[in-house]
Design a protein around this ligand. Sequence first.
Ligand SMILES: [Zn+2]
Length: 320
Amino acid sequence: MRVLAVDLGGTHAMCGIVDDRTILACEAIDADGSQGLRSLLSRVAETLNAIVQKQGLSIKDFEGISVGFPGLVDSRAGQVLSTNAKYEDAPQIDLSAWSREALGLPLRIENDARMALLGEFYAGAAQGFSEVVMMTLGTGIGGVAMIEGKLLRGKHSQAGCLGGHIPVHFTGSRRCTCGGMGCAEAEAAGWSLPFVFKEWPRASESTLSKYDKVGFKELFEEAAAADKVAIAIRDRCLRVWCADAVALVHAYDPEVLVIGGGVMKSAASIIPVIESHVQTYAWTPWGKVQVRAAALGNNAALLGAVPLLSESAAFHTRMT
Ligand SMILES: [Zn+2]
């Protein structure tokens, strides 16, 4: 199956064409989530048309378009339900109508972390498994679940996709972007890390204080160079991720826990810690949950495009 795929991020949109498990071509375009989605859509359509032509293909060669969106999405209705500081006009946009008019193709939209899980399930680290949890550790924390080979969605489309918003710190006082308190994301994600550092005792004595903005790259580098504050914050982040991982295992009963996101550049310092913690502290009398690094990197959501559209075809066949 050949499809168009778009992965909408806060700073860029990846536009690609995908043939089953292969990305035939892909182009990133600059995007600014704070500027809204409507102004970006014409550039997305232009870019997709250009990529298709460059490959010597035509739009008629494609079954549809899959879009990954960083927010709550009702994929059955093709509707963005709620945004989180990015593309805040999206709930008012009829994306299926846009796709029909601009491209002449049916559209399927899904939460971007769910699409990444579909990609890892179809072509990456979760191939061969039907019970999967995926955590994405980056600017935010994604936590999504698949049960019996199907994405968990629930009545309001928010089941199994808010793993980053599981409270891990019940006395935490930092407000999360979701409105909650003590969420994993508010304690150990890229956006909250500068706040954690600023409030840390003796932060000004740390080598981290030389950076304008502390990110995970700087944190892991300075921790490796034996800066005490960096080590303490890194270890706290690991404990937050471990607690979140056990919560997700207890909630969704996976065989495999796939961990992806920008932080995976330091996978060797992360995967063994989470694996050991989950295998020691999760109640899984049937055996041990495998903990694996994601295999597809930034391509995971694009490679979820084909299974997302296939699922749609199966869904509509069942309905008729
Ligand atoms: Zn939250």
